[in-house]
Design a protein around this ligand. Structure first.
Ligand SMILES: NC(=O)c1ccc[n+]([C@@H]2O[C@H](COP(=O)([O-])OP(=O)(O)OC[C@H]3O[C@@H](n4cnc5c(N)ncnc54)[C@H](O)[C@@H]3O)[C@@H](O)[C@H]2O)c1
Length: 150
């Protein structure tokens, strides 16, 4: 029992084949427990749908977990999504990842960081993200962000 526990603790990366109900749930739990997750499926459309399902589920969890703190809830969803990548055989780029995390969520977080760390240049809001949010381009959830999402 002790040995098995030590062995599992060493697992850092999880690859899940199939982004359906079971695979999405497994990916979500793995990402929420700090694993880096690679989610694989047969097409981008199926992967997008799987990631959207995970995002919705995480939002429900976050609303219960951080009932009184919207900022913490958004950070929980964003941090968990960042650990979950759609894997098409090549890594997701930073702008695609931002689209999946949600540009409104990212904007909300960077403004929080800027307020808490006004002197740290790295934590200042990103103009191109804020402009997109103002235009209603939130990423995958709105159909457009840095990329078009059908
Ligand atoms: N849903 C349940 O409650 C449940 C319970 C126990 C076991 N299972 C089993 O778990 C498995 C998945 O069930 P589910 O409910 O998540 O199904 P699902 O149909 O929701 O998801 C299956 C996913 O696998 C993908 N897929 C198929 N072939 C693939 C391939 N070669 N490479 C990558 N992805 C591929 C499909 O595109 C689909 O998105 C099934 O074998 C099912 O019998 C499901």
């Amino acid at each position: 029992m002790h040995r098995a526990t030590r062995c599992l603790a060493a697992v850092q990366h999880v690859t899940v084949l199939g982004a359906g109900l079971m695979g999405g749930g497994i990916a979500q739990v793995a990402a929420a427990t700090s694993h880096k997750v690679c989610l694989v499926d047969v097409s981008s459309d199926v992967l997008d749908a799987g990631l959207k399902r995970i995002e919705n589920s995480l939002s429900r969890v976050a609303r219960k977990k951080f009932r009184d703190n919207e900022e913490e809830a958004n950070e929980y969803v964003a941090a968990t999504m960042v650990r979950t990548a759609a894997c098409h055989g090549h890594p997701m780029g930073p702008f695609q990842l931002l689209d999946y995390v949600g540009l409104d969520t990212t904007s909300f977080i960077t403004h929080g960081w800027a307020r808490d760390y006004p002197d740290v240049e790295l934590f200042q809001p990103v103009k191109s993200i804020d402009e997109k949010v103002e235009r209603g381009e939130m990423g995958a959830k709105s159909g457009k962000g840095y990329y078009e999402h059908k």
